[in-house]
Write a protein that binds this ligand. Structure first.
Ligand code: GAP
Length: 518
């Protein structure tokens, strides 16, 4: 399988679909919204909760040695000094002196390189149409890499990586922008300031009086809530290494370039797990968690060809190894999840700053040491966007007039779908609504169901295709005689006739976590 050629054109359609069907709304929209902050609507909250459940089950419930935590967003300010965020959680920014606009220098460069990559893809697609190649073909890939634009993109990428790893990164970024003639995307001006670092943490205050107020930060990652509780959980849970602590919660970053819908937000949610291990075993666990996390994404239906690993060129201040699981969003392969070997950086620093011992006494070796940590960190909102992108499908289907219609169908995994089944009496009379309501009242204890009696049955099917409901159940006149209903499968549109008494078991069998996580 390969990426469909018009896949990237889906992005604007996905963002408007998400709003039209109650998945995602701009925050405080009646006041014209707030940059890069979003609210989840009636469908969105269900999808989000289902993703959280899938993660919690896979990480906590299915591992004897991983437990959960729900730490506060506000933490003692020294946490962020110890974690390195006060000194090192920065983005390199550049100002345009004419337009007075501020940009992330690294993003300007990445977008510049992406332009050459996009040109190379366009050339390759043109050639592919002539030659009859598919995007996955060796000939296509060869053409892509060796074309003029493909070579230029690779050359710039190599130079960019050298800058990121170089001694004077800020100067290197500035030189790159000037030498490549990169212009302000809005004004076209090339009159740039020097590149400076900008801290991404949001500040707030604890306490009412100016003199005694304590300056705090909104947490930029959930991980530190886990580190500061390491000893509490280890001791009260009598945990032995290796063991993990998992947490789902909000994080906040004052992103300068906050774009691409819910891909980069200022307020977002993370699902993080810190795995405490014996020093020296980190590479073994690194490989283990890379494989486990990639399997989880695929088990929930993300297409394997949309997933790839990416090794970090520049390691974060806390890591000795890091790889991303990237997803092919409709704007390119981008980070979905990070797998980080964090060594004893965090616990070691918290020991130093707090003056409290954060050690593990190893009963086997009779030694006491600061454990190493292997982290898996996935964005909930990015996983949500990955599933929207993965599920969004436009299909030609036959209509009643003998022609075809285009249907938009969200092909979510049934376990992630916001609503599992919709029940329709085919007409609003003759006792059919009563039978349908009775079925609704039985099924509502098992999973989220919807009841709809308005509009033609075709319209009702389309509405539920658009939100990804996997099963639609029609109650018709025959139901009154045979006590059976018709169940339509969202993806195949095939229909089966089942006794009313078997509907719940039939759908429950399709919603089995064992199938997904086993
Ligand atoms: N504790 C490690 C950590 O926070 P990270 O790579 O900065 O690592 C982890 O973030 C994940 O959080 C990312 O892979 C991404 O899915 C998500 N994430 C980070 N910044 C985000 C943002 N501004 N908006 C949405 N998701 C974000």
């Amino acid at each position: 399988m390969s990426i469909p050629m018009n896949y990237d054109e889906n992005f604007p359609k996905i963002t408007s679909h998400a709003k039209e069907y109650g998945f995602v709304f701009p925050s405080s929209e009646i006041y014209d919204g707030l940059g890069a902050v979003y609210d989840y609507g009636q469908m969105g909250v269900e999808l989000k909760n289902n993703i959280k459940t899938a993660w919690w089950k896979a990480m906590v419930q299915m591992h004897e040695n991983i437990v959960g935590l729900d730490a506060a967003i506000l933490m003692h300010p020294t946490t962020w000094k110890a974690s390195g965020h006060v000194d090192a959680f920065n983005d390199p920014l550049i100002d345009n002196k004419d337009s007075k606009k501020r940009y992330r220098a690294d993003v300007l460069i990445e977008e510049h390189i992406a332009k050459y990559e996009a040109k190379a893809v366009k050339d390759a697609d043109k050639k592919a149409r002539k030659e009859g190649w598919a995007t996955g073909d060796e000939a296509y890939q060869g053409f892509l890499v060796n074309s003029r634009n493909g070579r230029k993109a690779a050359e710039l990428q190599a130079r960019y990586e050298a800058v990121l790893n170089g001694e004077n990164m800020l100067q290197g970024l500035y030189d790159f922008i000037v030498e490549e003639g990169i212009a302000d995307p809005e004004s076209g001006s090339k009159n740039w300031s020097e590149v400076k670092q900008f801290n991404l943490m949001f500040k707030t205050q604890l306490g009412a009086t100016a003199g005694s107020a304590l300056d705090l930060y909104l947490r930029p990652e959930t991980a530190q809530g886990i580190f500061v509780n390491y000893l509490n959980v280890q001791k009260t849970g009598r945990q032995k290494l290796p063991f993990g602590i998992a947490q789902i919660g909000k994080a906040f970053r004052n992103e300068i370039v906050a774009r691409q819908f819910i891909f980069r937000m200022r307020e977002f949610e993370q699902m993080e797990m810190q795995y405490f291990i014996k020093p020296g075993t980190q590479m073994e666990w690194f490989e283990y968690w890379k494989a486990a996390r990639s399997k989880w994404h695929q088990a929930l239906g993300l297409k394997p060809e949309y997933l790839q690993f990416h090794t970090h060129e520049k390691l974060a201040h806390y890591a000795d190894a890091a790889e991303d699981i990237q997803f092919r969003f409709p704007f390119g392969f981008k980070e979905l999840e990070g797998i980080h070997s964090r060594t004893d950086f965090d616990l070691g620093n918290h020991e130093e700053y707090s003056g409290k011992k954060l050690r593990y006494f190893d009963p086997e070796t009779q030694e006491s040491y600061v454990p190493y940590v292997l982290e898996t960190s996935v964005g909930l909102d990015r996983t949500f966007l990955a599933h929207l992108s993965n599920a969004y499908t436009e299909e030609e289907v036959p209509n009643a007039k003998g022609g075809t219609d285009t249907r938009v169908v969200m092909k979510f995994h049934p376990l992630l779908a916001p609503i599992k089944a919709a029940i329709f009496p085919i007409v609003k009379k003759d006792g059919l609504p009563e039978v349908a309501r009775k079925l609704f009242d039985e099924l509502k204890y098992d999973f989220p169901v919807d009841y709809e009696e308005k509009d033609t049955i075709g319209r009702r099917y389309r509405r539920h295709d658009a939100i990804g409901t996997p099963y639609c159940i029609a109650v018709d006149h025959d139901t009154l005689q045979d006590q059976a209903v018709t169940i339509r499968d969202r993806d195949t549109m095939e229909q089966v006739r089942l006794p009313l008494t078997e509907v719940s078991t039939y759908i429950k069998r399709k919603l089995d976590w064992r199938e997904v996580l086993g």
